[in-house]
Design a protein around this ligand. Structure first.
Ligand code: FAD
Length: 303
């Protein structure tokens, strides 16, 4: 939690931005997880990974935007990204936080930006999915409601569900009526004890149950994890034989696992983030898995 709060400390961020040596060192550490600052770098990395046989998920990094112009600029960036991916002939999943495009100001603003981007996605030649990330539990209700309204008009909009939240089983049941695109993750946010369970074998069991139910309900399911135990269980349970599931992993995390699964013929999607908010993203990855702090130091001293 302490590491996570570092990401939100504006004073630390400003200090990093004003200290060129530190900025460059942290940027080097971030390059393991972030494809670059620009859309061009994100699209180039997508092209490279697609040529290797991976499916693509891509995110313009950002969250909790409280300035309406910045929300609009983020939505415009998503459209420009969709245009560039289409021109490159790349089918892709564009992932994003609703709080990047307005949710922190007004959920109607997020909804209208999402509808605008979804309409635009329908105009490009390649197949585009829009995938909503799940944020802190204080936002779950609003995120699900914006998702439900938008998904009623556009079938290419997907939603992420967090296995660690106690409410998720019911949320999944509520989506059972029609097949959707669902990503299941363990959950990256620190939550109050009465709302979620921590990393544990109980969480892993719950994760497996959720994936199994989602697949049986006929959703297209992204098994978004780097947990080899869960991956092995998925392979043993022959989930992928249903034809509506895939693995999805973050760029730079356990790449050997993704590569092994792909070599065995399983569908694997890599989630590639780009953007000038790489510092925020690096802090999230370290908070989620503190040994990454050690890895970041090694990356810095070895370059
Ligand atoms: P863990 O039990 O956390 O880790 C299992 C093993 O994976 C670890 O032992 C380690 O070997 C490896 N590992 C895990 N994380 C890291 C890391 N950061 N660095 C290096 N190794 C690591 N969370 C949300 O709350 N909302 C979202 O919308 C969301 N979207 C996601 C989309 C994708 C495609 C993925 C893959 C994750 C997403 N997450 C999201 C993050 C997710 O909730 C977990 O925090 C993250 O995936 C780590 O959990 P795990 O399932 O890999 O299992």
């Amino acid at each position: 939690a302490a590491l996570k709060s570092i990401a939100r400390r504006e004073d630390l961020k400003t200090y990093v931005e004003r200290t060129p040596e530190l900025y460059m060192l942290l940027q080097q550490a971030a390059s393991r997880y972030v494809t670059g600052e620009t859309r061009q770098e994100g699209v180039a990395a997508s092209r490279r990974l697609a040529a290797e046989g991976y499916k693509i998920s891509i995110e313009y990094i950002g969250e909790n935007t409280t300035d309406a112009d910045e929300c609009e600029a983020a939505a415009a960036e998503m459209k420009a990204l969709i245009q560039d991916l289409g021109r490159a002939g790349l089918p892709a999943r564009v992932s994003f936080d609703l709080s990047h495009i307005g949710l922190s100001l007004d959920k109607e603003l997020a909804y209208s930006h999402l509808m605008d981007v979804a309409a635009y996605a329908g105009t490009v030649e390649t197949e585009m999915e829009l995938f909503i990330s799940m944020e802190e539990s204080s936002k779950t209700e609003e995120i699900l409601s914006v998702y439900a309204r938008a998904a009623a008009s556009y079938s290419n909009i997907g939603i992420t569900l967090q296995a660690h939240l106690n409410r998720t089983k019911q949320d999944l049941e509520a989506l059972a009526a029609s097949p959707r695109r669902i990503r299941i993750v363990k959950g990256a946010y620190q939550e109050p004890e009465d709302r979620a369970i921590p990393r544990s074998s109980a969480l892993n069991e719950r994760y497996l149950e959720l994936v199994e139910s989602a697949i049986r309900q006929g959703h297209h399911v992204s098994i978004a994890t780097h947990d080899e135990g869960i991956v092995d269980e998925g392979l043993k349970s022959r989930w992928l034989a249903y034809g509506n599931a895939e693995f999805e992993m973050l760029y730079g995390i356990r790449p050997e696992l993704g590569s092994k699964l792909k070599a065995a013929g399983h569908p694997v999607r890599i989630y590639l983030p780009y953007g000038h908010e790489w510092y925020l993203y690096l802090c999230h990855r370290i908070a989620e898995y503190p040994p990454n702090l050690y890895r970041a130091v090694i990356d810095i001293v070895s370059k």
